[in-house]
Design a protein. Sequence first.
Length: 368
Amino acid sequence: MNWPLFKNIALEPLLVSALLTFIAVPAVIQIAKYFNLVDDPSKRAHPAHTESRIIPRAGGLAIFFGLVLAVSIFVPFAKGITGILLGAGLLVGVGLIDDYRDVHPYVRFGVNILAAILAVAGGAGLGFITNPFTGGVLHFDTIRWSFDFLGQHSILPIADLLAILWIAWTMNMVGWSGGVDGQMPGFVTIAALVIGYLSFTQISIENFPAWTGTTLSFIAAGSYLGFLFWNWYPQKIMPGYGGKSLAGYLLATIALLNTAKFGTAILVLGIPTIDAVYVLVTRLISRHNPTQAGRSHLHHKLLDAGWGKRRIALFYWIVSGILGLVALTVNPKQKFFTVGLVALIFIMLITWLKLSTIFLRKSDQDNG
């Protein structure tokens, strides 16, 4: 391994972004309290919430602070980075509004789409993926539309549309698995590290776009690592909509920037992905509004089965870490079948949890 290169484009960005986010959180906590950006179960009842205490929200602001400063230090200015940061800023800004007064789910979805468009405009496109069955390449960039508006421009309609849908989906999917102290920042850090390291092993110093994406991966990992200390049980601050959506946004974007690490991202995020698909399918089958919050996610089932919050968070971290190690060592076809195996185990686990809660006493949700 090229240690000097790794130190410059990976290790230093990771540590600096973690430190910046860590030191920003106490100030954000005070800001959240002053402007009443707090989660108060007595005033804002929510079926998916697992807390009974009043806890500051707006954690996304601290994460965004660490992210932007670290990017300004380690990533050279470019149009692509500007578009990605604009999308991130939009999510955090709307997140602050949501922390004060709940924003309608359809409005949040529209914001997610707009942020995804900004990222794609910045160069995060899905031009191709590896065919998991043949090992060949599936190209989505064969159709190009060119036009002249204040200069020559072009768009790749299929590639760009798929990228927008991927980013929007990942934002929602990651956010749905953030209901327990330390759960979401932990597996997001692991996922970003896996994507970043895999990208690092495949680049050369001359490949500027690739190592820019690698650096952004480690900055994203550091930003959520710095936040994790304050979000670990008992959490002192919540990520809020801004912090959750920003997590999915960054993971989806860096997967695209780092030469379409699409399969790797899906595998390392296997539990959140399968959980989101399972919940959506079951809600649609039961004719419930898929945007309606509820207690049907895996972490809710684990809480109902008597698991503590720290145990649930560690479970998500360990599974993500194992799947991340698998992603670093297997080919695309093996990744595809591994996701299928994880889905099967997930269904078996959900079934067992449903049966076990009939016989087990429900635990205190504030018990760590």
